[in-house]
Design a protein around this ligand. Structure first.
Ligand SMILES: C[S@@+](CC[C@H](N)C(=O)[O-])C[C@H]1O[C@@H](n2cnc3c(N)ncnc32)[C@H](O)[C@@H]1O
Ligand SMILES: [Zn+2]
Ligand SMILES: [Zn+2]
Length: 399
C-alpha cells in the first residue's frame, strides 16, 4: 500500500520515488515514515510532518504549536499552493515545514549528517486517534458545579491570555468583535456589564470607547490577569469575582448594556445567569450574547483523511452529531488543556432568552470581516466562509 502523501506527490511529479505506508494503515490516509509524524524537540509532542519544521542552527525539529509565529507563504509545489513558515523557538528565524524542505532537497532526512537525527525523532505512535475520542465526555450535568468550571478555566487562563492582544484572539479580531460591537452600539457614557470577562480585553476595549465597564468573572486566574492590567493602566474598570448565575453584588437596574462574549456555553446554570443579567439591566437595555455556534460544537467536526494535517484545504466537510444531547463536554483546542463546556441546542438558548423576559431583537452569524480579508491568509479566509464559528443575539429587556 502506497503512502497517501507519496501518491499525491506522484500525481504531480511522475518521477517521484514513493515509499510504502507504514503508519495509520487502517485509515484513508496511510503514511510512509517520511510523511508521518515527528517528535518536537521543544515540547516533546508528535506533530504531522507539515506541522513540523527543522531549525538548522540548533539541529532540532520543532512543532507548529511551539512556533511563536506561523505564516503561510504562497508558492506552488507538487499538489500545494502555499507552505508554512514556522519561527524557530530557539533562534526566532523562519523555518519552512518539512513538506517544503523536501521539495527543496533540504529535508533533514535527505542529508547524511542529519538522517539519523530524523529517524531517532520519528514519532513512535503507529495510528492516529479518531472520533469518538475520550474527551467527548458526556457525564450528567448534575455531577458538575461552578467549582469544576472555575478549576478548568484556572488551568487555562495563562495559556489563553498568551494568544490575546488588545483586540482579543484571531477569531474575535477578524470575525466576531466587529458584528458584536455593532449590535452593542455606541457605549460612551454608558454602564456596561461584561459577564464572564476573562482577561478583561473587552472591558478595556469598551473603556477606551468611553464606557464605564464592570467585569464579572468566575476564574480567579483570569481575574488576576484582568486586575493586574487595570493596575498597570487605570481605565476605570470595576471587576467582581463571582458566578454569573449569582450576582448578588450587583444592584437591580444598574446597567445600560450587558454583553457575554463566548461565555454562556461555558456556564453551568445559564438560565440563572440570564435571570441575573435581566435583573441588573435597566428596562429597555440590551444584552449582547456571543456563543460558539451550537450547530458546530458537537460531533466529529472537520473530516480530514489525515486528521493531524495543518492544511485547511485538507478539511473536506464538517460533521456534527449528538446535537440534541445536552450536557458537559471537553473541547480540544490547540495548545489549551481540554475546555469544559455545556452543549445545548440553539432552541434551548432561544427559549431560555424568551422565558427570562428578553425579546430577541437581532441575530448574526459572523464569518469574516473586511480586516480579516486583508490581513489573513487566503486559506484562512476560505475556511471562515465555510461555516459560522459563532452566533450573536441581541436581547432587549422589555419594560
Ligand atoms: C471562552 S472564555 C471567554 C472569556 C472572555 N469573555 C473573552 O471573550 O475573552 C469563557 C469565560 O467564561 C467564564 N465563566 C464560565 N462560567 C462562568 C460563570 N458561571 N460566571 C462567570 N464567568 C464564567 C470562564 O471563567 C471564562 O473566563
Ligand atoms: Zn510518503
Ligand atoms: Zn512542540
Amino acid at each position: 500500500m502506497n503512502c497517501y502523501y507519496c501518491d499525491r506527490i506522484l500525481a504531480s511529479d511522475a518521477g517521484y520515488a514513493t515509499s510504502p505506508a507504514a503508519f495509520d494503515l487502517g485509515s484513508e490516509a496511510p503514511r510512509c515514515p517520511r510523511h508521518w509524524r515527528y517528535v518536537c524537540g521543544k515540547c516533546g509532542n508528535p506533530a504531522h510532518f507539515m506541522a513540523t519544521a527543522y531549525c538548522p542552527d540548533s539541529g532540532r525539529l520543532f512543532c507548529s504549536l511551539c512556533s511563536r509565529e506561523v505564516r503561510e507563504v504562497t508558492g506552488e509545489f507538487w499538489a500545494w499552493r502555499y507552505y508554512f513558515m514556522y519561527e524557530s523557538p530557539w533562534t526566532g528565524k523562519p523555518c519552512p515545514g518539512l513538506d517544503r524542505l523536501e521539495v527543496e532537497g533540504r529535508h533533514p532526512a535527505q542529508a547524511p549528517e542529519t538522517v539519523d537525527l530524523v529517524q531517532a525523532e520519528d514519532s513512535q505512535d503507529t495510528d492516529l486517534v479518531r472520533y469518538p475520542v475520550e474527551s467527548v465526555n458526556w457525564r450528567p450535568t448534575d455531577e458538575f458545579s461552578d467549582d469544576d468550571v472555575r478549576a478548568n478555566w484556572n488551568r487555562n487562563a495563562e495559556i489563553w491570555n498568551a494568544g490575546y492582544d488588545d483586540d482579543g484572539d484571531r477569531n474575535r479580531r477578524y470575525q466576531s468583535d466587529e458584528p458584536m460591537l455593532e449590535l452593542l452600539g455606541p457605549v460612551r457614557g454608558l454602564d456596561v456589564l461584561d459577564v464572564g470577562c476573562g482577561n478583561g480585553y473587552l472591558c478595556r476595549k469598551l473603556a477606551r470607547a468611553g464606557a464605564r465597564p464592570t467585569g464579572v468573572e468566575l476564574s480567579d486566574g483570569f481575574l488576576a490577569i484582568a486586575q493586574e492590567r487595570e493596575t498597570q493602566e487605570k481605565l476605570g474598570i470595576t471587576y467582581h469575582h463571582g458566578s454569573a448565575s449569582r450576582m448578588g453584588f450587583l444592584l437591580p437596574n444598574q446597567f445600560d448594556r450587558a454583553v457575554s462574549n463566548y461565555v454562556l456555553m461555558d456556564v453551568l446554570d445559564f438560565e440563572a445567569a440570564l435571570g441575573e443579567v435581566f435583573r441588573v439591566l435597566k428596562p429597555g437595555g440590551s444584552f449582547i450574547v456571543v456563543i460558539s455556534h451550537p450547530c458546530f460544537d458537537s460531533g466529529p467536526g472537520w473530516v480530514k483523511p489525515a486528521p493531524d494535517s495543518p492544511r485547511r484545504e485538507d478539511r473536506f466537510a464538517f460533521k456534527t452529531d449528538l446535537y440534541f444531547q445536552r450536557g458537559p463536554y471537553l473541547g480540544v483546542w490547540g495548545g489549551l488543556n481540554p475546555v469544559l463546556s455545556f452543549h445545548r441546542p440553539l432552541r434551548d438558548y432561544w427559549q431560555a432568552f424568551q422565558q427570562s423576559g428578553f425579546r430577541i431583537d437581532a441575530f448574526e452569524e459572523p464569518s469574516i470581516t473586511e480586516r480579516g480579508r486583508r490581513e489573513l491568509s487566503p486559506s484562512r479566509v476560505a475556511q471562515a466562509l465555510r461555516i459560522p464559528y459563532s452566533c450573536i443575539f441581541r436581547l432587549i429587556k422589555q419594560g
